[in-house]
Design a protein around this ligand. Structure first.
Ligand SMILES: [Zn+2]
Length: 508
């Protein structure tokens, strides 16, 4: 008897269909698996044999061959246990074969026949829908994740006997609708801007950065609250739309990082990799790569604390995502492209001890300071729009009343600025002021004659590069948008210039 079921394999950001075929025929009793499978997939045969035995299904003393097609992709992972079991059960007549052929299955088996959750369910179900599958059989643990895709019946199973029973009654399951809806999932952050005492200049910079999706660097002594501020930036960005939520959830599903109690990601993630993280962890690693930190921060914030402590190769990784909003990874199997459109946030001390330019406290030599600051390359520095100093908190600020604005209040300003940008750029491929390039900067950033004079002067005195000049105009554009001004005035420009002066002060 021959039978087959459909399964899926995650290849970069996409799920590719894999057909799992099983044949039971006369011959020396054996169980073999073919079709360019990794040793991890090959182990499926032992799990399938043992779990079938433990649910009292005796395999006949026959020759059983399982094939995974197409044969030109090397398959990895434990998600093929369930389709292998399904194909064998169909070949043995335990489940209706003609039904199984058009069903997508994925899941890992334990030896007693229980089914464990797997990663990559969301993209696999999306693929199954595109392929016109009749239904999807997935682990019960991943049920809600699968149900994010509408228009295809999703069957969650927690054990092999349950799967056999449900597949034999497939016609009854047809109209089963999920009562769960993604909108019921709670939205909210554990942190809020009102937690921060004082630091008004930092908060202002955060609002500007979030409004134009500009990159932001915070410089200041330890304990000035740089990390605290960074953690709160996702809370002032607009709520995720359904499309954005699905896009981010798909990334986390593939990375295997979807929290079990949270089938959909509805709040913007805050990624803060440690400075010992490798370049691979940032970019995405593996023979068939999984999303790295730059992709996990997609549509949100990537925060690098202690920026100069990151290795040169790690920092080098950031250049492509910052320019192209995606990352390309080359492997033997081909080139993989992952989305990586994030707001880049970084924090650093001004010197190794952290107290420069405070002459009374800083114990570093000029040379040490120079070497420390110059670990950050000019090209990376050029990609940072706003540079802000985080002053030490004063006693008054620390003990005074916390009267600052809340995240919800600040978010209103950001949303307003975003909607102005949406109106201005339409569907031209530009989303935010930070996306403006070359000629677009001059087109969308008109300045008053006064402001024109000011930027001319700054261009010569600060010996700006063309890129630096554009960055200042783009930030000024966002500041003007926050006040709903069409034309950039002198005050907008001088504030934008102030955010540029700081890197001149430290890096000269
Ligand atoms: Zn120092």
């Amino acid at each position: 008897m021959f039978s087959s079921v459909l399964s899926a394999f995650i290849f970069g950001m996409e799920a590719v269909p894999v057909r799992v075929e099983a044949d039971v025929s006369d011959g020396l009793p054996s169980f073999s698996m073919v079709g360019y499978v990794s040793s991890q997939v090959k182990e499926a045969q032992d799990r399938v044999k043992t779990s079938l035995k433990n649910i009292q299904i005796e395999l006949p003393p026959k020759k059983i061959t399982v094939n995974l097609a197409p044969a030109d992709i090397r398959k990895e992972g434990a998600g093929f246990d369930l389709p292998v079991a399904g194909a064998v059960l169909a070949a043995l007549g335990q489940i209706p074969g003609e039904q199984a052929a058009n069903i997508m299955m994925m899941g890992e088996l334990s030896l007693n026949g229980e089914i464990r959750g797997v990663s990559g369910v969301l993209p696999s179900v999306m693929m199954a829908k595109e392929q016109g599958c009749r239904a999807c059989v997935i682990p019960a643990k991943n049920l809600k994740e699968g149900q994010l895709v509408k228009g295809i019946p999703i069957i969650g199973v927690s054990s092999l006997p349950e799967m056999i029973q449900k597949l034999n009654k497939l016609h009854e399951l047809k109209d089963q609708k999920s009562t769960w809806n993604w909108e019921q999932e709670p939205v909210g952050y554990d942190v809020d801007f009102s937690d921060i005492c004082g630091q008004e200049s930092l908060k202002r910079a955060a609002v500007i950065a979030a409004s134009g999706m500009h990159n932001l660097l915070l410089i200041g002594a330890p304990g000035a609250g740089k990390t605290m501020l960074a953690q709160r930036i996702p809370t002032i960005l607009p709520e995720l739309t359904m499309e954005e939520s699905l896009e981010i959830t798909k990334i986390y599903s593939i990375a295997g990082l979807l929290p079990p109690d949270k089938p959909i990601i509805r709040t913007r993630p805050f990624r803060s990799p440690h400075h010992t993280s490798s370049a691979q962890a940032l970019a995405g690693g593996g023979r068939i790569p999984k999303p790295g930190e730059v992709t996990l921060a997609h549509r949100s914030v990537l925060f690098l604390d202690e920026l100069p402590e990151f290795s040169k190769s790690s920092l080098e990784i950031l250049r492509q995502p910052l320019e192209e909003h995606c990352i390309h990874l080359s492997r033997v199997n081909g080139t993989f492209t992952f989305p990586a459109n994030f707001m880049f946030l970084a924090a650093m001390n001004p010197c190794p001890c952290g107290y420069f330019p405070d002459q009374n406290r800083c114990t570093c030599t000029q040379r040490e300071i120079h070497r420390y600051l110059h670990k950050i390359s000019q090209p990376l520095l050029d990609r940072i729009d706003l540079c802000v100093e985080a002053p030490a908190i004063s006693w008054k600020e620390m003990t005074g009343e916390r009267s600052g604005q809340s995240s919800a209040q600040l978010r209103q300003q950001v949303i307003k600025a975003h909607s102005i940008q949406r109106k201005r750029y339409g569907n031209g491929g530009i989303l935010f002021n930070s996306d403006l390039k070359g000629r677009d900067v001059d087109r969308y950033c008109p300045v008053t004659p006064d402001a024109r004079k000011m930027i001319e002067q700054a261009f010569t005195t600060l010996s700006l590069s063309a890129r630096g000049y554009h960055r200042i105009l783009k930030v000024a554009r966002t500041i003007a948008d926050l006040e709903a001004e069409e034309v950039i005035h002198k005050k907008h420009l001088s504030e934008a210039l102030a955010y540029r002066m700081l890197d001149k002060k430290y890096w000269r």
